[in-house]
Design a binder for this molecule. Structure first.
Ligand code: CP
Ligand code: NVA
Length: 334
């Protein structure tokens, strides 16, 4: 018997602050149940006759495929729509597109640039809208991250997550709030120029204080990671920021996660894992890294026993499925 909070029905996810702490953890727990159910070979019909529009302005491997398979696994459908495919924001306003798609689909997952666009879709479509990454937030990623930490360590108790890299990007913003809501200590190691936005930090600090944990920001990664149980990083240049590539690489080189930084946690023989939302520049096998070599993480760490990045990546599917199911499944009709 799957369980989740009834209050999640019909709900949109703009950012993690859209949910109470209990609702967020209910989604993580539902994802664990759905994962076990899939492992047991069950393909159910929790999303029977439910159709989801996937509007993508930016590239995606995990979010796109997780959404399609999450819907399909439970008897639903998902349609992938990129900007050139539809009139979205060019010949037709976001508001009109929202009202059209809301009459056809049961939910919309949006990946794009502006957080405001995501919020406008939610305002006008009349169906749940899920933020699959904007310039400001990446909330569905963090649901998968929390599930990964919880299933690897057995609980989120007494845990410190240290994020090392661009401290004010979408993943860092959402991770900071996700940790605060889950009662996990959060440390951000980033150069002063990339410290978290003051308002985003203040909002997360208030939540963290309520849950008895703190948030700390360091520009020295070696000091910052001391005692951490999770070292987390993301690309140094997010989608849409390509013009800043050279500047970011120069600024963030000292923030690479390598074995020395893993050792600086002091936890090599205890609870320690490496996470990355992916894609990652860890080797010489991409167009970007064939000349520069590894950027935000070395191959040695990426391929080590500490790395849980493929569990994390798989968990994108189970957590996105939890979002779809909790919002759209009418348990009474099953
Ligand atoms: N982590 C993540 O969102 O990956 P994609 O860009 O491949 O969706
Ligand atoms: N910060 C990255 C995350 C990719 C999943 C980006 O926005 O490109």
């Amino acid at each position: 018997m799957l369980t989740w909070m009834d209050s999640l029905r019909g709900r949109s996810l703009m950012r993690l602050a859209s949910f109470t702490d209990e609702e967020m953890m209910s989604l993580v727990d539902l994802a664990a149940q759905l994962k076990a159910r899939r492992r047991a070979g069950v393909r159910g019909d929790l999303l029977r006759r439910r159709n989801i529009a996937l509007i993508f302005e930016k590239s995606s491997t995990r979010t796109r495929n997780s959404s399609i398979i999450a819907a399909r696994d439970e008897g639903g459908g998902a349609e992938y729509l990129t900007r050139p495919d539809i009139h979205f924001g060019k010949k037709e306003s976001v508001k009109d597109t929202a009202r059209v798609l809301g009459r056809i689909y049961d939910g919309i997952l949006f990946r794009g640039f502006s957080q405001q666009t995501c919020e406008e879709l939610a305002k006008w479509s009349g169906v749940p809208v899920w933020n699959g990454l904007t310039d400001d937030y990446h909330p569905t990623q963090i649901l998968a991250d929390l599930l990964t930490v919880k299933e690897t360590f057995g609980s989120l108790d007494d845990c410190t997550v240290a994020y090392v890299g661009d401290g004010r990007n979408n993943v860092a913003n959402s991770l900071m709030m996700g940790c605060a809501k889950a009662g996990v200590r959060y440390v951000c190691c980033t150069p002063k120029a990339l410290w978290p936005d003051e308002a985003v930090l203040a909002e997360a600090e208030a939540v963290a204080a309520r849950n008895g944990v703190d948030i700390r920001v360091f520009d020295d990664p070696v000091k910052g990671v001391r005692g951490a149980n999770v070292l987390y990083t993301d690309v140094w240049v997010s989608m849409g920021e390509e013009a800043k590539t050279a500047e970011r690489i120069a600024m963030l080189r000292p923030y690479q996660i390598n074995m020395d930084l893993m050792r600086a946690t002091g936890n090599m023989d205890g609870r320690l894992m490496f996470l990355h939302c992916l894609p990652a520049f860890h080797d010489f096998n991409t167009e970007v890294t064939k000349e520069s070599g590894a950027l935000e993480v070395t191959d040695e760490v990426f391929e080590s026993k500490y790395s849980k990045v493929f569990d994390e990546s798989e968990n994108r599917m189970h957590t996105i499925k939890a979002l779809f199911v909790s919002a759209l499944c009418d348990r009474a009709s099953l």
